[in-house]
Write a protein that binds this ligand. Structure first.
Ligand code: DLL
Length: 434
């Protein structure tokens, strides 16, 4: 289903003409309203008039998270504060948060983008939507909230946490759509099972998941646990929040809202733009944002893009599921390892739960990877032979996929951390070598 069919199925040539017109306007807008961009554009000799084709975007300097931080809190805002109606921020792991502001038009555009990805998997005004993302500076909850309201759904703003109560509301309020991170959805389904809730008592039919990666194997487990169908949705606060791209019912890539964003893929090391279909770092230009426009923002997320028309009829480009962030790809003894590869292996093995911890250590200049996973059957504690066999199975399967041997530690059921938002599974102690 479509929310804005004319735009979502616009012929590629028209779409690109629209993008070009908006890009020229954006360059002008940034030059006039943001001193930081004015200096950068002047130094690079880029003006709106010089942008003749979409590929001229490559001459525009890129923007990074550090640029936003250096201009903390409002230095990159393009409008006076009286035009700003909302502020969000991403917490980040170190230092000051990155702060973003929205005008009324920005909130409207954002809601449209979220309504599109919700309609694309079949959410309608008849749905009851339980939002289990944390409300606050994080964009996930309020982003989905406004988009789903715009579609006409009944929105339940539960926020994250208090998982027993979440399950009670799922049952009692008859929620049909769950909005959360995939790791929280997994946890919720475990709690529902532990409480003896039967699938018949839960009416969930759709999961709008996102904000972190999720392998197909983990997705299958969540879907079976709740008896729902889910899509993967991508976004980041610097660009808007959720709504940048999302899957349709065919789940063959996440559709961008290309009337609002220009996506590019670059080589993260050289900054060179890569051809369609090649894997690299996603760079995004926001075409219509007024509050804090972004020129070629480096997301650090690794993916690839196709512009082929989708089976659903949408013409807007699609990206693959995010493979990982360029900064959380692990390099272990010279081998590149993405945590998602480990998740795929773990979630496909019978007898272990899809929760894990990756612990990296360094001894004598050599890196070691320890993978902690839970076995699911409590009775196994008494059967060392079975435990050993299971551990060996995990070691072997990881070895086949990663090409390196990891130490595998089997932990008792429900002993590893569960997450109500984005999961934090990597503990890197490599700089602590004695
Ligand atoms: O996570 C926005 C969002 C909220 C998207 C709800 C979808 C649903 P940030 O907190 O700024 O924004 O985090 C952005 O999270 O650069 C990715 O590394 C990661 N990320 C977001 N969505 C996905 C996804 C929101 N579907 C950062 N798959 C991004 C993989 C994702 N990673």
């Amino acid at each position: 289903m479509f929310f804005q069919k004319d735009i979502e199925t616009m012929p590629r040539r028209e779409l690109e003409a629209l993008q070009l017109e908006r890009l020229r306007h954006l360059v002008d807008y940034c030059h006039k309203n943001v001193p930081f961009y004015r200096d950068r554009l002047d130094a690079a000799g880029v003006t709106a008039e010089k942008i003749k084709t979409l590929s001229d975007i490559q001459y525009i300097p890129m923007t990074t998270k550090a640029d936003i931080r250096d201009n903390y809190p409002y230095g990159l805002f393009a409008v006076p504060m009286k035009k700003i109606v909302r502020i969000h921020a991403s917490s980040g792991t170190t230092g000051k948060p990155t702060v973003v502001g929205y005008t009324k038009n920005d909130i409207n555009t954002w809601s449209d983008c979220v309504a599109r990805l919700s309609a694309a998997v079949g959410v309608t005004e008849d749905d009851v939507c339980q939002i289990s993302f944390g409300y606050g500076l994080f964009t996930g909850a309020l982003g989905l909230h406004y988009g789903l309201e715009k579609l006409g759904c009944a929105v339940i703003p539960v926020s994250s946490g208090n998982t027993e109560k979440q399950v009670m509301l799922l049952k009692d309020f008859g929620s049909t759509v769950l909005i959360s991170t995939p790791s929280y959805a997994m946890y919720m389904s475990e709690v529902a099972k532990a409480q003896g809730v039967t699938p018949e008592e839960i009416k969930l039919r759709i999961g709008l998941f996102g904000s972190e990666g999720c392998t197909d194997e983990l997705r299958d487990k969540i879907e079976k646990g709740f008896g729902l169908f889910s899509t993967d949705n991508y976004g980041m606060s610097e660009l808007m929040g959720p709504g940048v791209s999302g899957e349709c019912e065919y789940r063959c890539g996440l559709h961008f809202a290309e009337d609002h964003f220009i996506p590019e893929i670059i080589d993260p090391n050289t900054g060179e733009v890569l051809p369609e279909g090649e894997s690299g770092e996603l760079v995004i230009t926001t075409l219509t944002k007024e509050g804090i426009p972004m020129l070629r923002y480096r997301t650090r997320d690794i993916t690839k893009i196709t512009k082929e028309v989708c089976k659903c009829g949408r013409t807007h480009a699609r990206m693959d599921k995010v493979r990982g962030r360029s900064d959380d790809m692990l390099k272990i003894r010279g081998v590149n390892v993405f945590p998602s590869q480990i998740e795929s292996v773990i979630a496909s093995i019978e007898g272990v739960a899809p929760h894990y911890e990756l612990i990296l250590t360094r001894k004598n200049y050599t890196d070691y990877l320890e993978v902690k996973v839970e076995f699911t059957d409590e009775r196994m504690v008494e059967d060392f032979t079975k435990l050993d066999a299971l551990r060996n199975e995990v070691v072997d399967k990881l070895h086949t996929v990663l090409g390196i041997k990891a130490k595998v530690v089997l932990a008792p059921p429900m002993s590893l951390a569960r997450y109500e938002g984005k999961a934090k599974r990597i503990i890197d102690k490599r700089n602590e070598e004695a």
